[in-house]
Design a protein. Sequence first.
Length: 127
Amino acid sequence: MSATSTTPSPHPFTAGLDHGLLRYQRCESCGRAQTLTRLACAHCGSEHLAWHAATGHGTVVAASVVNRAPSDAFRPLVPYTLVLVELDEGPRVMGHAMPGTEIGDTVKAGTFAHEQRQLLRFSPTAH
Ligand SMILES: [Zn+2]
């Protein structure tokens, strides 16, 4: 990923975020879901993969506060919270989160604009 590129990404995951959709891949052969783009199903090896829109609901399985930005683009955001969320559909996805988000919290996906892109951010859901 180049920070200087101005070419819009055609990637379904990134393009989905631009439209407020959190997408994941599901194997058409065995039904397993995955969020990291692969050429084949990590479970059964099938290449029959399709993109689906998730509800965005999930549970936080890991959370950390980032104090050092990985690039200039993220420097204005620090400190920020990153979480790994297990979606209700099964796959796990990494995203930003509201400060104070902890493991076990139930969250819903949303997006926020940064550097002309939509980034994934999870907010706590009411119990
Ligand atoms: Zn499969």
